[in-house]
Structure formats: structure tokens, C-alpha cells
Design a protein around this ligand. Structure first.
Ligand SMILES: [Zn+2]
Length: 352
């Protein structure tokens, strides 16, 4: 190929990449808390290797999850990296050790006129969702985090956590008054209407107890609320309790939580398929439990002897976690990246 043709080719490719990047209007960011590659592999195995939603990804990448002060991250530092593009110390949320508060993906989206939403199975003040709107030294400052949510521009939030509003505003009466004054309409039932601009669906005191089909339904509801916005939207959906099952070394429990999460991914991908300019990013904040899929018999001269799910810790592990990408702009994230690089790239994509 001549130099000129090559240059032309590169220029066209660059233009195409830029055009592609400009086309991303909506981002649906799904985070499986504690979902390692072994969790996804377990679901493939349990599905007899029929294609799962993970197999249908348009592109994949891997991310390194370590935090600023620990090779094994917690959800606060990892959430901060994924939400702001900056690594921080474990337990810190939306704040760096020097006190700087990096802008979150949701704050950037609001600045660009986009609507924003959060859907979780745990309380809405928990580390992963809070990383998208809060800035506190410790993830355990739930009362302060509750107040920061009321002062945020998040358009719709669905999850548990009423107890922490009560704590912050000294009882239910005070909480209801503060929520109403903040401009949020409060609902306790997912089937309620969501006609108001800013809605809080707080469905439990802490975690959502009965979750069968919950995450998919809540994700569909949030998308419906956000999709009317002319400038597009950014929605974060967390499969929050995958982590809890990992801490408990409970393979069956993790399969249930993974299925719930995968149903939500299906909803997001179906939306992306019918709505051009939508990027779906599925990843985890870290792996939990050190899950391994091992043969029940170490003798490989034998045929199938069964597979065991073996856990190696009740805590988190430092292994890389997968990134699955679907839809417009799926080609923009590649290779092995830092968790913070993924957060920074998504912020850059919506600023274009
Ligand atoms: Zn955990």
C-alpha cells in the first residue's frame, strides 16, 4: 500500500472512530458487585454452554481493580474509580486522599444535559451507587450520603435504604419532609407511576428482600423514565448481592443473583438493539470469594468427573475482572485497562 493510501486509510479510520464516539448518546453501565470471570464461567457451565448474555458481547476487555492503597480493593475505592476515573484509598468514596473530589460520571452527564439514573438491589447509599453521586471520606457515612443524594441531580434512583434517610433526618416524618423539600417524589412501590421529573423509589429499609425478576423490572422502569430526554441518559445498574453470595461462599446463591443481574443486562442490550447510539458496559468492581471451577478428579486421562465450585476466601480477591461491551461504541474500550481508565473513558465519551 502506498504511503498516501495508508495515510488516507488511517485518516478514515480515525474519522470513523471519532464519528462512532460522537454517536454514543446513552450509556447503560451495569456493575456486578463481586462478579469475577469465574462467576460468568459458572453461569456458562450451568447453562450447558448455550450462549449466555455474556457470550453475545460485541467486544470484551479486562480491568485491573487494585486501589490506591491496597492490591485488593473494596467497593468504595473501586466504585470511585469506575464512577470518576480516579483511584483512591479503600473505604473512601468520591474523594481522594488529598481531599480533592473528582467529578462523577453522573455529574458530568447532568452538566451535558443528560438524564441520570441508578438501580440497585442493596441500599441506594451503598458504596457502588454512592460513588456516582457522593463525596465522603468513609463509605459508612450513610446519613451524609443520604443527604448528598437529595442534593444531587440524579433523576431516578431505585433501591433500598429508607432507614438511612430516617437516621439523617431524625425519624420518618423529618425524612419525608426533607425528601419532599429536595424536589424528589418518593415512592415505596415499583408499580407506582413515575410522572415526576425526579423520583426516588425506596423499596426497603436496607436491601431489597424479594428479588426474583426485580432487577430487570427496575432497569426497564428506569430506562423508560430516562429515554424521553433529548440529550440522552446515563444509567447505572448494580447486581449488588453477587458480592454477598461470594462473601458467604454460596455458589447457588451467587447463581440466583447472577441470573437476576443477567436478566437486567438482557433488558439493557434489548434497549441498545432498538435504540442506536446506546452503549452498554457490563463489568464488576472486583471479584469476591476467589471462586474457582475445578475438576472433581485431577486425573485428566478420565472423562468428565464433575466440576466443583471451590472458594478460596471470604473476602475479595485481586484478580482482573471482565468488561463486556454491547452496541454503539463497543469498540472504544479494548485490552487490559485500569478500572480508573474505564471510568475516565466513559466520562470522555459523554463529553464529546
Ligand atoms: Zn464485598
Amino acid at each position: 500500500m502506498s504511503r498516501k493510501l495508508l495515510t488516507l486509510g488511517v485518516a478514515t479510520l480515525l474519522m470513523a472512530t471519532t464519528l462512532q464516539a460522537q454517536e454514543v448518546k446513552n450509556i447503560i453501565y451495569l456493575i456486578g458487585d463481586g462478579m469475577g470471570l469465574a462467576s460468568a464461567s459458572m453461569m456458562q457451565l450451568e447453562n450447558n454452554y448455550e450462549a449466555t448474555i455474556f457470550d453475545r458481547a460485541d467486544n470484551i476487555a479486562l480491568q485491573k481493580t487494585y486501589s490506591l492503597d491496597n492490591r485488593v480493593t473494596d467497593s468504595a475505592a473501586a466504585g470511585t474509580a469506575l464512577a470518576t476515573g480516579a483511584k483512591t484509598n479503600n473505604t473512601m468514596l468520591g474523594i481522594l486522599p488529598d481531599g480533592t473530589t473528582p467529578q462523577t460520571l453522573m455529574e458530568r452527564a447532568s452538566e451535558h444535559g443528560k438524564a441520570t439514573g441508578l438501580v440497585v438491589t442493596t441500599y441506594i447509599q451503598h458504596a457502588t451507587p454512592a460513588a456516582f453521586y457522593a463525596h465522603v471520606k468513609s463509605r459508612h457515612e450513610y446519613a451524609t450520603i443520604s443527604e448528598q443524594l437529595l442534593n444531587s441531580d440524579i433523576d431516578i434512583a431505585i433501591g433500598g435504604g429508607m432507614a438511612f434517610f430516617d437516621e439523617r433526618y431524625e425519624g420518618r416524618e423529618g425524612a419525608l419532609e426533607a425528601i419532599s423539600e429536595s424536589g424528589y417524589a418518593l415512592h415505596h412501590n415499583l408499580d407506582d407511576g413515575d410522572d415526576e421529573d425526579k423520583c426516588l423509589f425506596i423499596l426497603a429499609n436496607k436491601e431489597i428482600e424479594h428479588r426474583e425478576g426485580y432487577l430487570a423490572k427496575a432497569t426497564a422502569k428506569a430506562i423508560e423514565h430516562l429515554e424521553g430526554d433529548d440529550e440522552g441518559f446515563v444509567l447505572m445498574v448494580e447486581g449488588s448481592i453477587i458480592d454477598g453470595a461470594g462473601h458467604g461462599n454460596d455458589a447457588e446463591g451467587q447463581q440466583r443473583e447472577m441470573l437476576d443481574f443477567m436478566e437486567a443486562i438482557e433488558v439493557a442490550v434489548a434497549f441498545a438493539e432498538r435504540t442506536p447510539a446506546t452503549l452498554v458496559v457490563v463489568t464488576a468492581d472486583h471479584e469476591t470469594g476467589g471462586l474457582s471451577l475445578i475438576s472433581s478428579n485431577a486425573d485428566f486421562n478420565l472423562s468428565e468427573q464433575g466440576v466443583e465450585y471451590r472458594w478460596t476466601t471470604n473476602g475479595h480477591s485481586g484478580i482482573m475482572v471482565p468488561i463486556y461491551l454491547y452496541g454503539t461504541g463497543a469498540e472504544l474500550i479494548n485490552g487490559i485497562v485500569e478500572n480508573s481508565t474505564l471510568g475516565a473513558k466513559l466520562k470522555a465519551i459523554i463529553a464529546e
